[in-house]
Write a protein that binds this ligand. Structure first.
Ligand code: GAL
Length: 348
């Protein structure tokens, strides 16, 4: 067991120092099918912020040398399509659905010409890992639903909030109202916002999307249907008002660990960490897991995925270059554990 763990850690360290260059796949994830790794991510232009190509996929046998396998999900040339060229596709995550035998992609979608106001989740599906994925739909999760971790009293309190009383953001009363569900109630009819996101498949095969909701102020964990192509309507809020983005998650032994960033756009900030014994919470916050010079800025990166390789875990992050997003670098670091079992990301 120990040797396996050590090997996994050594493997992670080797991978971490071999940061892949020139891979135009950002904000994405990696899956393994048979003996091949598939790396999905945002194909970003040299200039500008909109999606002109789609989601790119690369393949590798060793996680070190990568081959471009083309566009997994292409933007549409059709005017008015939700994924029309010029939309914004971010943080794509591909998972395999055991039940249907299909590869499913979820991603953050912003509609063309609408900035970041749509805050939707896109769904696409494919029979093969390289695609082409077929776009199915885009939506906001959970219209008309209350979070599973909201009591009757919480609902009453949230419903009593008047939007017009909180026109000014960032005041103390506004912060309290946000925690109590001001924006949750605001968006209840049309569905909850969903921006930075990841997808996690639990050990029992059930899948969840974890996303930055309520104007990036509160995380939501949304249960997916058995075919992973929609939401069941069951969800919880995590860290209300905590301003978390870039969610990444893994499970070790009986604990789920969630590592996120703060909200400073393309600029790096200090990572945050939460743990829970059940995905449904309660989630407890811990100090920043990063250690070493630059730890207060996640070493210039922002998390996108935690990749499990055998017994080891790799924290995958993007070092964004907003002037030329295509040239944003990849930072991969092994997750190790302190003597008391807490994850840490160390860079000397
Ligand atoms: C970041 C976010 C990125 C992207 C960017 C746009 O905070 O993590 O995925 O949305 O903002 O400014």
């Amino acid at each position: 067991m120990r040797i396996r763990l050590l090997l996994a850690m050594l493997f992670c360290t080797a991978i971490a120092s071999a940061q892949p260059e020139g891979v135009n796949a950002h904000g994405g994830n990696i899956i393994k099918v048979d003996d091949t790794w598939y790396w999905y991510g945002e194909n970003r232009p040299y200039r500008g912020f909109t999606t002109e190509v789609g989601v790119e996929v690369y393949t590798s046998k060793d996680l070190k040398s990568w081959e471009d396998a083309g566009v997994a999900l292409a933007v549409s040339e059709e005017k008015g399509s939700p994924i029309e060229r010029g939309c914004i596709m971010e943080r794509p995550k591909v998972v395999f659905c055991q039940k249907t035998g299909k590869y499913v992609m979820l991603f953050h979608l912003e509609l063309k010409g609408k900035g970041y106001e749509a805050a939707q989740v896109g769904f696409a599906v494919s029979d093969t890992p390289t695609g082409p994925f077929k776009f199915l739909r885009a939506l906001r999760p959970n219209p008309g639903k209350w979070p599973a971790n909201f009591s009757k009293k919480d609902k009453k309190k949230a419903l009593a909030l008047k939007q017009s009383d909180y026109k000014d953001w960032w005041t103390e009363p506004w912060r309290e109202a946000i925690k109590d569900g001001l924006f949750l109630v605001r968006d209840m009819e049309g569905g909850q916002m969903s921006r930075d996101m990841t997808v996690y498949i639990d050990t029992d095969g059930k899948a969840y999307q974890i996303t930055s909701s309520e104007d990036n102020l509160t995380l939501h964990m949304n249960e997916l249907t058995d075919d992973f192509l929609g939401f069941t309507g069951r969800f919880i809020r995590i860290a209300p008002g905590g301003q978390n983005e870039a969610p990444t998650i893994f499970k070790k032994d009986d604990t789920y660990w969630l590592i996120t960033s703060g909200c400073t756009g393309w600029d790096p900030n200090a990572a945050r960490m939460f743990s829970a014994k059940s995905l449904w919470g309660p989630w407890e916050q811990h100090p920043n897991p990063c250690k070493g010079p630059g730890a207060d800025k996640t070493f210039g990166g922002q998390g996108t995925y935690i990749l499990q390789t055998g017994e080891g875990f790799i924290f995958m992050a993007d070092q964004w270059n907003p002037r030329h997003l295509r040239d944003s670098k990849h930072l991969w670091l092994p997750i190790t554990f302190t003597a008391d079992g807490k994850p840490q990301i160390v860079k000397e």
